[in-house]
Design a protein around this ligand. Structure first.
Ligand code: 6PG
Length: 241
């Protein structure tokens, strides 16, 4: 498996470590090019990270005026919908830190179609240099962002952003594509819970040159770090009790 593996006692410790990595990367990025461009992950695991980043211990390490918040993927729902990744990020982080609204780039606007939102975000991502940090999660089927097994979006090699109807949810999603993810300077994959132990074992055991799962196609030109709790790492070599 590509990248560096970091294992923590629990999901809180995992997210605290990622919060410090966020601060470190943001400081380096801002000193290098006067901005920190980061794409947030959705789902439940990173909520704790966002809550940590809203705490003064981490919040006060970050120059929010030069932080630019994007999204790795989004459900095509209104931003106040319970499923919205933007809503989760707003409630856990963005409403608690002094970040200018102009620095936040939601991925879906209900006033436009899925295709229009996809084109708009594609143009936005094409207009910026690579991301300083992309946060990702992983589902128990090996998906990441909204890049699900067996879906055509996995084969997108040019567009920086694409949309995909996901049968398992009977819903449209918009997602960064692998070209964008793999152009990033830093990618952090957050994986927690016993429910991810089997897929983690399969990913680590798998042939990274013959990707069986979407997450195995994450191979950034920069640094790849995996942040796991002990539960998700339970079946990995050297971690089985
Ligand atoms: C989403 C995420 C998705 C998520 C994984 C893991 O929009 O749901 O982008 O890829 O990261 O499904 O989710 P958990 O962290 O909740 O296990």
């Amino acid at each position: 498996m590509k990248g560096s593996l970091h294992i923590y006692d629990d999901v809180s410790a995992l997210n605290k470590a990622v919060a410090q990595q966020w601060c470190n990367i943001s400081t380096t990025a801002i000193s290098k090019h006067n901005a920190f461009r980061v794409a947030l992950a959705g789902g439940s695991t990173p909520r704790i990270l966002y809550q940590y980043l809203a705490h003064p211990d981490f919040r006060d390490q970050v120059d929010w005026s030069r932080t630019h918040i994007y999204f790795g993927d989004e459900r095509c729902v209104p931003i106040d919908h319970a499923d919205s990744n933007y809503r989760m990020a707003y409630e856990s982080l963005l409403s608690h830190v002094p970040i200018p609204e102009k620095n936040i780039f939601p991925m879906f606007d209900q006033n436009y179609s899925v295709e229009e939102n996809t084109e708009n975000y594609s143009a936005l991502i094409a207009s910026i240099p690579c991301f300083d940090l992309i946060l990702l999660g992983m589902g128990d089927d090996g998906h990441t962002a909204s890049l699900f097994p067996g879906t055509p979006i996995l084969e997108e090699t040019h567009k920086p952003v694409a949309c995909q109807f996901v049968e398992k949810f009977s819903a449209w999603r918009i997602s960064l594509t692998f070209p964008t993810i793999n152009a990033a300077d830093n990618v952090a994959v957050l994986v927690a819970g016993d429910g991810k132990a089997n897929i983690m074992e399969a990913v680590v055991r798998g042939d990274e040159n013959n990707a069986e799962f979407p997450i195995q196609r994450v191979n950034p030109q920069g640094k790849l770090d995996w942040y796991l709790d002990k539960a998700a790492a339970r079946l990995l070599p050297g971690n089985t009790e």
